[in-house]
Ligand binder design. Sequence first.
Ligand SMILES: [Ca+2]
Ligand SMILES: [Ca+2]
Ligand SMILES: [Ca+2]
Length: 527
Amino acid sequence: MLHRTGRGAAAGATLTREALSANPIQEAKTMKPLKSMVALALALLLLAPASVFASSHREAPITALDRTADITDWYAFVSYDNPNNVTFILNVDPFLEPANGPNYFPFDPNVLYEMKIDNNQDGVEDVVFQFRFQTEIRQPGLFTGFVGGIAGIPPITSLTGPGSAGLSLRQTYTVTMLRNGVQTCFACGQQTLYAVPSNVGPLTMPNYQSLFNQGIYNLGNGVRVWAGTADDPFYIDLGAAFDSLNFRMGVGGVLSAAEDADNTHNYAPDAVAGFNVNSIVLEVPISMLTVDGQIHGAGDKQAVIGSWGTTSRNQMTVRRSPFPNKNSGPFQQVQREGNPLINELIIGTGSKDRFSMDQPKNDSQFAPFVLNPVLATVFSSIGIPVAPPPRTDLLILAQYEAPICPGCGSGDAGPVADLLRLNTGIPPTPVANQLRLGFLAGDIAGFPNGRRPVDDVVDIAARAVAGILVDSTKYGTRIGDGVQFNPEGYNSSFPYIMPANNGRNSVHIGPGQAGCSGQPSGICPVN
Ligand SMILES: [Ca+2]
Ligand SMILES: [Ca+2]
Ligand SMILES: [Ca+2]
């Protein structure tokens, strides 16, 4: 079996030292005493920082009108419980209200969902995983997609066979890998993969956790997959953020030191609480992703991958009413996501559609948005110190450099490209020790070294935009929306997401309502 070198705590330290010497810009920065590793971490963050607020729910004009192709979030991290594997999560279709029957939220059979990985620093995909969904209506006489515990139909306790009769609207899917010109269809013809349906309620689905667990499939060769409707792990005070940064936490949304160190309480309402999202989770051995099929230590450039998710549709659709539409022609990209919030908060609205449909390797065309982010100007207008443009510090996340890639030399940076870069040689942080501020807080297995559901990308990105990388004292304001974690919690093992919220019984969290455990009363603030 393969083995890696340079992992463990020592790897992190080495990473930092190498980072300092590998990049002249960073080297200069480290001359300032207070920065050290945190500064480096910040540098990484900065690029993504662009993403400042609502992750990427409905961020581009085209996907605001095409919700099933709308990518909300993209995650990539070394599996917490298996450091030889990487897990990717592609979330699509934002703000799914759990009660919204009778059809709820199937994946779109007309959309090609893809996960793309660059393993040789050129910003072009080398390994691609494709997902296609098919829908069947098994009870065409029923008025709803799901029924159970009534009219002689037993409760839904299984995705197939006995106990599945009430699962009328059922989806199956396929997983295909493209690598080195070879197409591999995982488990095709050997097992049928079922998407996990929405959580309708306790009468229809008395043991939803069991359905959730049944959706985990081992595809052989160490590959596991899960697809279905799940709790949206993203968290944010969306209403405050988009009311022109009208935060509820102090002036301009500045956290106290105590609040900032809190990873387990919310001080403001999570606007995404109680909403679901459609999720595809894939776990793959690192050896299936790297350029040479080997596992590498953190100091090797081959340990670093860049990844992103895409949605695509056929070039042509013919409407044939009363018959179904007919699609043909090659797939055309509708949207992509690498780092969170880049498209949402950095790219100008007039360019969001172009950004969504273009390839990462062409991203230098969008550099002006990053070098002089409007969001920094907005922060400045409310009294938060921000670094002056041009913000070359923010470009560090768009290329292969230290500290995420300490093994990358000046010739390995690649094109400016919005990829979520992950050093697979950095071991995962145990769940109990994971910190919401990730790399900024010294938890180097977190964003922007990949991204985990726990990472508070809103706060991290906002601080990066302000300039914490340039000078962590001068521009290190503790900007935060007061939402520090996903109130539905986290799953410490595959598929690392939580089951869908219950359609009959779940609630959302709003200002003035219960759901903010960080507040003395538990009531979320209005102002
Ligand atoms: Ca490549
Ligand atoms: Ca949630
Ligand atoms: Ca936050």
